[in-house]
Every structure is written in C-alpha cells, then in structure tokens.
Design a protein around this ligand. Structure first.
Ligand SMILES: *Cc1c(COP(=O)(O)O)cnc(C)c1O
Length: 385
C-alpha cells in the first residue's frame, strides 16, 4: 500500500463501470475527414461546425501574423498580452452580437468562471439550469453565491423558484444551446422572468454562435428578438474554429469584467496567431452566412435520413444526440463505427446522467449529402448490432 493506491483503485473502478477515459491523438487537421490510428474517418463529432480549422485564408493570415507578431503574447491582457489584433477582435465581436462592447478570455471555460465569480458573491442567488455546462457550474461554485438549480428549460419551475425567494440580487444563467442535448433555451420566457424579478440574465452561446439564427448570431436572432440577454457569452473554439472565450454586453459590464474577472487578469493571453485565426474566421462568418445556412440544412437532412433508418432524432442545432442508454453499449457502437470509418463520440457519465449514454453526432457545414445518408445507415446498423 502506498500513497497513490487510492488513484489505482479509482481508475480500476472507472474501468469496471465503462467510464474510463483515454485520449485519441489525431494525425491530421480537424476537418470533415480526419486521420486517426492510420485510418481515414468521416468526422461526425467535432465542434468545428463551420469546418474552418484548416481554411486556407485563415491559415495564411495566421502564418502572416506569426511572422509579424510572433507566436506568444508575452503576458496577461492587462500587462503586455494585448495587441491591435485583440482590440480589433473585440470590436468585431461586439458588432457581430449587436452589443456595446466585448471582452475576450483565453477559453470559454475561463470566461464563465471569471464572469460569474466577478459578478456574484455570497450575497447573490444564482438560478441555473440543471443541464448547464460544467464551466457554468464551476463558475457558480467559485462565486460562493447561493445556487438554485431549476429543471431543464422549465420556465415555470424557474419562475416558481425565483418568486418564492425573490432575492435582492440574482443572476439567471443558461446554456443557449445545450451541449449534450442540442436543444435551445426558451429565451423569450427566460428574459421576461429576469425583467420581472430584476435579475441579470446570462446566456452561454458556445454552441449557438455561428450555428443558429439566420446569420449565425445565436439565440436572440433565432427567436427574432431585438435584444438578447444582459450577458452573452461565447467561445471562439467551436464554430469559429479557433480558441478563446468572449463576453458581450454593455460597456459598463465589460469595463467591470476587465477590472474584476480573475481568469482574465491572472493568465497569459492566447497567442497572436490564435487571435488572428479568430479574427479571420469571424470576418468570414460575417461576410458569408451561407455557411451557417448549409449547416442548418445538413442537420435537417441528416435527421430525416436517420428517421428513414428507424432512428428518431431531432435537432434545430448542430448537435444530434442519439440515445443509447447503457455506457457499455454506447462505447461498443462507437467502436464499431470507428471500424467502419466514422468518428462518433460516445458520451457517458459524468458528462451526462448515468444510463443516459448517447452518441453525440455533430455536423459540419462541409458534410456532403451522400456522406450523411451513408453515415445514417451505418449508425442504424451499428446500433441494431
Ligand atoms: C465548450 C463549452 C464551453 C467552454 O468553451 P471552451 O472555449 O471550450 O473552453 C462553455 N460553455 C459551453 C456550453 C460549452 O459547450
């Protein structure tokens, strides 16, 4: 018995319960075709929804930027880590989201942690959807606020809970598109409740930006609303195909976060190369919303193909969850699909509840119809056994 025995026991337990996790190291760029373990696969589980990670214009701009600005930022944003590129990126993000101002963080995870913990302290109450992303949950915990979890996308439950407590200072926080179920927050109702009770509203648009709304602007655009939440948070690491988190909102909010968000203050800024990639990708997205439209059409087509093969799946976003149930079966189906040339992630506890394991198919704007109908048939075959 040594002091690391508890680790070995825990790892053993994870293996027994089919919850053990391992890395898969790709030998290609993250595009719709990838290489892994000497195999060429159709990628059906990437968050790079617009397939921009290996776009030639973006790559070229990133290379030019590496030559001009170098490969590291040299410091935190408030010391030496900001450049003209970062300032331009924030200006464009604000314009894209029709907000007064924007602030970028190194990751979406850090944006949630920094924003929630800067705004809320133990005198606050946070109302949080039960299926919110882990980074929201961690941000809530870090803030030491009172946390009230409401039933998933259940606005009656939210209203009941907030009216019962009627707290003086409160934040309502929700994913815009839920990362494992792919459904969309009931934004109009949530904002009405926030207004009625004077709560700050915050929506995490990680899977909504570039994906929903006519021009990819996210949940507010999806619902045809002039005004979105008080705080619109997003990531540059999904549809935008780069890396970094961001917050859009009022000039006051952004000034406050710049001075108070610890994950913003105490971490070295991402490389100028990363900022350049974000900037160029955002420019592309704003110039050609057809990419977003193509993605939406692909999802619609793929769900209909699944249905033809006897699998019911529905989604208005890029995330198409296919429910399996058992952790062992989900892993087995994903392994079979891998053998047949498809990369599909099996999502298990603790990312989702126990016995709610699923295949999490995500589509890209670049997928072709023939690829998607073949994939739907293969997925059905793998599930049937
Ligand atoms: C991925 C994700 C994040 C984290 O963003 P990163 O940039 O990957 O750190 C935050 N919120 C939600 C809902 C996400 O899906």
């Amino acid at each position: 018995m040594d002091k690391f025995d508890f680790m070995r026991r825990e790892l053993e337990r994870l293996r027994e319960q089919n919850l053990y996790r391992d890395l898969r190291n790709f030998s290609s760029a993250q595009t719709r075709h990838v290489e892994l373990g000497g195999r060429r696969l159709l990628m059906l589980s990437s968050n790079s929804y617009l397939d921009l990670c290996a776009d030639t214009d973006i790559q070229n701009f990133a290379i030019e930027t590496a030559r001009k600005f170098g490969t590291g930022s040299g410091g935190a944003r408030l010391t030496t880590g900001s450049s003209l590129l970062t300032a331009e990126l924030e200006k464009r993000l604000a314009a894209f989201k029709h907000a007064e101002a924007a602030l970028t963080f190194n990751t979406g995870y850090m944006a949630n942690l920094g924003t929630i913990s800067a705004i809320c302290d133990k005198t606050w109450t946070i109302f949080s959807d039960e299926l919110n992303h882990a980074s929201i949950i961690d941000g809530c915990r870090l803030s030491k606020a009172k946390i009230i979890v409401y039933r998933h996308n259940d606005m009656a439950d939210l209203r009941g809970k907030i009216s019962e407590l009627n707290p003086e200072k409160s934040l309502i926080v929700s994913d815009g598109v839920f990362s494992m179920d792919g459904d969309i927050v009931k934004l109009p109702d949530l904002l009405k409740i926030a207004d009625e009770f004077g709560a700050i509203s915050m929506i995490d648009e990680a899977h909504a930006t570039g994906v929903i709304g006519k021009t990819g602007r996210g949940t507010a655009e999806h619902f045809g609303m002039e005004r979105g939440a008080d705080i619109s948070l997003g990531t540059l690491s999904k549809a935008i195909g780069s890396e970094g988190g961001f917050v859009c909102g009022s000039a006051t909010l952004i000034e406050f976060l710049r001075n108070k968000a610890r994950s913003f203050i105490f971490s070295t800024a991402v490389s100028p190369v990363t900022v350049a990639a974000s900037l160029k990708a955002l420019e592309k997205l704003m110039a050609s919303p057809e990419r977003t439209l193509k993605l939406q059409k692909n999802v619609d087509f793929f769900c209909r193909e699944l249905l033809k093969n006897g699998i019911s799946a529905r989604s208005e976003t890029a995330i198409v969850p296919i429910m399996i149930g058992s952790e062992a079966k989900a892993t087995e189906v994903a392994a079979k699909l891998f053998e047949r040339g498809y990369f599909v992630s099996a999502i298990r506890y603790p990312t989702v509840a126990r016995s709610e394991a699923r295949l999490r198919v995500t589509l890209m704007a670049s997928h072709e119809k023939a690829e998607l109908s073949a994939a739907a048939a293969e997925i059905a075959r793998a599930i049937r056994g």
